[in-house]
Design a binder for this molecule. Structure first.
Ligand SMILES: CC(C)(COP(=O)(O)OP(=O)(O)OC[C@H]1O[C@@H](n2cnc3c(N)ncnc32)[C@H](O)[C@@H]1OP(=O)(O)O)[C@@H](O)C(=O)NCCC(=O)NCCS
Length: 180
């Protein structure tokens, strides 16, 4: 499988259409029609025989940990493989490629909200057990019902987050749509 990294605004018409079809099949929506911030996402596509068979995207977020440590984070969404091509290791390859790439781009952490944790656990992602806060304007509030998973991209963060204590916190800025 060949990988390409393309900013949302540089996708050509055919790529947009193929990504939309994959995302509609998996999530009943394409990434762009609901939220403006998706226009600044970066897509990773896996290509076989000139066809996009696997996909993910990320947007930039800043996570602030409990002691005001600021973490440059790639927030990953719309992970999907064409249903005819599932179970062949394509999404695993794509996510491994993506996390390697993100560390070379200076990201310290990758994060996502999993549909199914087992798939990501196999790829060494860890479940966040601490609190999740959202900062909106001047207020900061706890968001209770969310489960996120993390893939630390630096040794320091890996040590801290792998053994995360349940009282540790992550705070991110508010965004439209799904907060996490
Ligand atoms: C989840 C998804 C992306 C996996 O794509 P894929 O290319 O089939 O993944 P892989 O072939 O790399 O699967 C890797 C492993 O995870 C397992 N796996 C795949 N989907 C899984 C799931 N939903 N739950 C648990 N395990 C899963 C596979 O059986 C495989 O296990 P193995 O290595 O022991 O054989 C694909 O099933 C999909 O598009 N699902 C619908 C959209 C979705 O749920 N996306 C995730 C959003 S967070």
């Amino acid at each position: 499988m060949q990988f390409k990294i393309i900013a949302a605004h540089d996708l050509d018409k055919q790529q947009r259409q193929q990504i939309a079809e994959l995302c509609f099949a998996a999530f009943d929506e394409d990434p762009w029609s609901q939220y403006t911030f998706m226009q600044t996402a970066v897509h990773i596509i896996g290509i076989l025989d000139n066809t996009i068979v696997s996909h993910a995207l990320w947007t930039d977020r800043i996570f602030t940990l409990k002691d005001d440590v600021i973490v440059k984070t790639a927030y990953i969404e719309y992970v999907t493989t064409d249903y005819k091509m599932r179970g062949k290791g394509l999404a695993s390859q794509l996510l491994r490629y993506l996390t390697n790439l993100l560390s070379t781009l200076g990201y310290e952490l990758a994060a996502l909200q999993p549909e199914d944790e087992a798939f990501y656990e196999k790829l060494d992602w860890i479940s966040w057990l601490g609190y999740l806060y959202i900062k909106q304007d001047v207020s900061t509030y706890l968001t209770d019902d969310y489960q996120i998973m993390l893939f630390p991209l630096t040794t320091k963060l890996k040590e801290r987050l792998t053994y995360n204590l349940e009282e540790d916190t992550i705070c991110a800025d508010w965004r439209e749509g799904e907060l996490w």
